[in-house]
Design a protein around this ligand. Structure first.
Ligand SMILES: [Cu+2]
Length: 154
């Protein structure tokens, strides 16, 4: 019985920790291994908000990187350009899709080591001050998306 109570207390603590609640997460997160000499990383996936309130991604950071921000790629005068997308609002119960040639998380001056198949972790702070970790899998340099099998019909 004592054990059971301890277990319940632990569950409650985890439930109330802003770090452990994964109400904001990156689903199907992925990035391409950059070619040698390139220190910019573009991260894709769906930022999902499973909470009951909208969340604004205010600050992003990552170990071994100078800066992290949300970019939007768009065609301007026939050229693909990237601009800061500013703060990103993820609606309650909704998601924002990050994809090649669209919105993406841009990591600048990354100086760490990347291994295909492993995850990187990007820290998020929302406007309300909550913190979350977004995970994305390193894919080969020529990857066009997350691992999809033909049978997925995609
Ligand atoms: Cu970019």
């Amino acid at each position: 019985m004592v054990r059971l109570v301890k277990g319940m207390v632990l569950v409650m603590l985890v439930g109330f920790s802003t770090f452990s609640r994964a109400e904001l997460s990156l689903q199907n997160g992925w990035l391409r291994l950059p070619p040698p000499g390139v220190s910019m990383l573009a991260v894709y996936g769906e930022i999902r908000n499973q909470g009951a309130t909208a969340r604004v991604v205010a600050e992003l950071s990552m170990a071994d990187a100078a800066s992290v921000m949300v970019h939007r790629s768009q065609l301007e005068h026939g050229k693909m350009r990237m601009r800061s997308a500013g703060q990103l609002l993820v609606p309650a119960g909704g998601q924002v899709t990050l994809e090649p040639q669209g919105l993406h998380i841009m990591v600048m001056q990354f100086a760490g080591t990347l291994v295909v198949g492993e995850n990187i972790a990007i820290d998020v702070q929302t406007e309300a001050g909550d913190r979350y970790t977004l995970l994305a899998e390193v894919r080969p340099t020529n990857a066009i998306g997350p691992a999809l099998s033909v049978s997925d019909g995609q």
